[in-house]
Design a protein around this ligand. Structure first.
Ligand SMILES: Nc1ncnc2c1ncn2[C@@H]1O[C@H](COP(=O)(O)OP(=O)(O)O)[C@@H](O)[C@H]1O
Ligand SMILES: O=C(O)[C@@H](O)C(=O)COP(=O)(O)O
Length: 429
């Protein structure tokens, strides 16, 4: 695949929705981008592209496994000529003290032969900003935002220097806003100074896209960085300014309508998704799954959900959701443990995704990062071309390498406005 010119940028993403968010940003900034699911097999034919985002499902797996998979992906990207590899993490820095951002960043930085990596999850378009190393979600510090109640990685500390230091083998420094405001040379000098102090990573402040452009220019000549879509924007703009982009990068994924039935699945329990499910009730039939029953008797719940869809899908889209509010999630987790509960629900939703495709669904919207990962794996999808943007961080994806093409939207739990599901389906024909 993509045997043509060397990649302008290679990215390793720690989940599938995050990968499509980044692929969307890179495409909008002028890099033709393909999202692959894991390292692509050699028989997968893909168009020529400026950037590849290798999507892994490595955010919530044991750190040694996350490190091994990420290193393989990075090696593959380097073989395709990527001089710079960015490790895409969540804009809310989703991780636990046991991993995985620190261990993966340490390993990829060492493989790249760099002493220090610039790290920033800032993504101003979705309200994520970093000031004095503290991550804000809109007006709230991370630890006061809805992320404090995430089912898998509750975020209880907004200070990313501290958060990353707890996960890393090396010290973590800060590139503060006063330095960023001075421009790319000042940022590069501060990185070198922190490396000389023995730091392995530096959290960079960024509030506006301009700050990310400064950071992109400062590091585009280095080999490795860690960030969310905002840093992708900075890097892509620096590369495009250097003539490495393509005019009309977004045109690549425009294709014939795929037709077929349409459906939505939600496993995200984020506040944004809960609101979107409530709003979808006005425009499509919604089935709410009982997560307790999923843990006890998954097969029956899956069969009932597919029967619900079978009766309605010819008339229009349906939404099937396991999502619940924080109190209900906590109650289930205290009974079964958070991993077991999460995995049981992911297994049920991915079995439902498979059943829906067997019923003729060719347009599928999925809310939730882990949920999307489980469903895409179960469906055996291998790569996506990036189409138009539905909401900040969420593009329409068109499958590549599948005999009968499908359109998907993989929505990070926190993204999108209240009418997201209807809006997505409107754009997926
Ligand atoms: N009702 C529920 N109770 C407990 N866990 C749930 C429930 N519904 C979904 N989950 C789990 O919560 C997690 C949500 O994570 P994810 O899909 O990544 O969403 P987000 O994008 O909001 O982070 C998944 O592991 C999912 O299986
Ligand atoms: O950077 C982001 O916020 C997203 O791209 C992302 O990774 C969100 O994670 P999920 O909510 O688990 O999809």
């Amino acid at each position: 695949m993509t045997d043509g010119k060397p990649l302008a940028l290679g990215c390793v993403a720690d989940d599938y929705t995050g990968a499509s968010d980044l692929a969307n940003t890179l495409t909008k900034a002028g890099l033709r981008t393909v999202q692959t699911i894991g390292i692509p097999a050699s028989d997968l034919a893909l168009p020529e592209t400026d950037a590849v985002v290798v999507a892994l499902k490595s955010r919530s797996i044991p750190a040694p496994e996350a490190v091994a998979r990420s290193r393989e992906a990075e090696a593959w990207l380097r073989q395709r000529g990527a001089a710079h590899v960015m490790f895409k993490v969540c804009s809310t820095f989703d991780s636990t003290d046991a991993g995985n951002i620190g261990p993966v960043a340490d390993a990829l930085r060492e493989d790249a032969g760099e002493a220090i990596a610039l790290v920033t999850p800032a993504f101003p378009e979705t309200g994520r900003s970093v000031y004095q190393g503290n991550l804000f979600v809109g007006a709230l510090p991370l630890n006061e935002s809805p992320l404090k109640d995430h089912p898998l990685n509750p975020m209880r500390d907004a200070n990313l220097v501290r958060v990353l230091e707890r996960q890393s083998r090396h010290g973590v420094g800060l590139i503060d806003m006063a330095t960023v405001a001075k421009g790319p040379e000042a940022v590069a000098a501060r990185l070198e100074a922190l490396a000389a102090e023995g730091k392995g990573a530096a959290i960079a402040d960024a509030i506006f896209d301009d700050d990310l452009e400064t950071l992109g220019r400062a590091i585009v000549g280095r080999r490795f960085s860690v960030g969310a879509s905002g840093l992708g924007l900075g890097l892509a703009r620096a590369l495009a300014a250097d003539g490495r982009g393509t005019r009309d990068a977004a045109g690549a994924a425009v294709g014939e309508p795929v037709g077929g039935h349409a459906a939505c699945l939600a496993g995200s329990c984020s506040q944004a998704t809960l609101g979107q499910i409530a709003a979808a009730g006005a425009v499509m039939p919604v089935l709410r799954l009982d997560a307790g029953r999923i843990v006890a008797d998954r097969e029956s719940v899956v069969a009932e959900a597919l029967a619900f869809a079978r009766e309605r899908i010819a008339a229009g889209p349906v939404l099937i959701a396991s999502s619940a509010d924080p109190a209900a999630v906590r109650a289930l987790q205290s009974q079964h443990g958070s991993e077991a509960a999460g995995h049981a629900v992911e297994a049920a939703l991915s079995a439902i995704a498979e059943g829906l495709v067997a019923q003729g669904v060719r347009r599928l919207v999925i809310a939730g990062g882990e949920t999307s990962g489980a469903a895409v794996d179960r469906l055996g999808l291998r790569a996506f071309l990036v189409g138009p943007e539905i909401a900040a961080g969420v593009p329409v994806l068109r499958t590549a390498g599948r005999a009968e093409p499908m359109l998907l939207a993989l929505k990070s739990g926190n993204f999108g406005g209240p009418d997201f599901f209807a809006r997505a389906l409107d754009m997926m024909r």
